[in-house]
Design a protein around this ligand. Sequence first.
Ligand code: NAD
Length: 478
Amino acid sequence: MVDGYGELSLFIDGQWLGGDGRETSAVRNPATGAVLGHLPHATRADLDHALDSSKRAFGIWRRTSAYDRAKILRRTAELLRDRRDRIATKLTMEQGKPFFEAQYELNSSADYFEWFAEEGRRAYGRVVPARREGVQQLVKREPIGPVAAFSPWNFPAITPTRKIAAALAAGCSVIIKPGEECPATALEIAKALEEAGLPPGVLNVVFGDPAEISSRLIASPITRKVSFTGSVPVGRHLSRVAGQALKPISLELGGHAPVIVCSDANVELAATVLAAGKFRGTGQICLSPTRILVDRSIYEKFLELFVRATLALKIGNGLEEGTNVGPLSNERRLKAIEELVSNARNEGARVVAGGEPVVGPGLFYKPTILAEVPSSARIMHEEPFGPIAVVQPFDSLDDAIEESNRLPYGLAAYAFTESARTAIRIGNEFEAGMIGINHTNMIVCELPFGGVKDSGHGSEGGAEGIQSYLVNKFISQV
Ligand code: NAD
């Protein structure tokens, strides 16, 4: 066991289950390659145990008052805040992002627990006027039932939290399979919930082969709702599996966010904000700004400032003071980034910064800026999910908006302009679920988070976030 990382386990029916003859996989620190621990994989019997306990616990939890559920969720938020730096250290060790980003994630998770604690108390129904006297018509909002949730490795605290907090606030039980690369953070969240008083079985945490787990959990008649965050191909696959089983599914998938930098933009602000936003999380963020379209009249100036701000970012181990950009989180991403850059080069793109891995241990790749990239290059169509920004000039706002909406993705889109009129037009015409004008910080618990088109459907967060875990029941009484 590595200092500060701790043992890994499954969490089923209130029990912490270790190796005990189960298959395991190694969890590595992407900054050093060191093995941090061994993650037990759930057996079929474990999954059945999780399903049975989820069914039993749903019977208890749905009858627990929204007031009492809120107390447990609020206490969880407090525990996460108290333990922030300890958990953030584990998060950085397993995911690679800078420690300050990991701290931000824990703060944000605590905020989500608090937010949904209160939203659960506001899951109001309606009394609908009847057509004849003496009839009472109620519309109740009830928890949909046990949830199967799948969260990824890029935000190891926020992505499981958004699903768990909303579902628990609604009165649902949850079986979650977080990303296998970053299990310790999700287990710490489960620990905080357990210590805050969550009854056994209301939350189960399992790991293992993603396809095996999802097919078993989604097909089970116990599961009533599915929620997935990850890539478009896996989302499409799970959508089919859930459709076959007639289960509703919420999907938060990939993106290829466009940015329009208008001629009247504050160019310094745009360059600095975009360098920080693009390379945050080493670009492994679904909201990451990727195609930066700049009015030709300010193109060279923007490019110069953007390159300068990017080169000023310090690459390194996230636990070292001053690090802005950590490693990629797994070998798959490093390989994908190398291939995208090499393809763009071969197609004739200009590599203005980076364009190569960092020599030495760890999965580091230099923040990369590609300019004047031909539309034949893969990066112009495929989500990089890594540290690559593309910068292109445009001649008219119409062209820029058309290019922004060209891809099937529709998650985030950004613009920089000092004109209120232009901001309103762009806000209206972008085909995206989340739009940032003059900034890129979109993860806030009180706002809906989610995309349109191939980027998925359903919102996590905001007043909307609890709705997909509730169903309507009308009771008409004479
Ligand atoms: P991937 O497609 O292999 O997996 C994406 C996620 O889905 C992982 O967490 C994985 O454990 C899970 N998964 C894979 N197959 C599954 C299955 N059959 N059932 C349930 N879960 C399954 O890609 P990857 O290499 O892990 O990540 C890179 C891609 O994932 C990127 O292209 C990006 O689009 C996407 N991604 C998106 C987000 C997001 O926030 N929307 C987060 C992480 C990854």
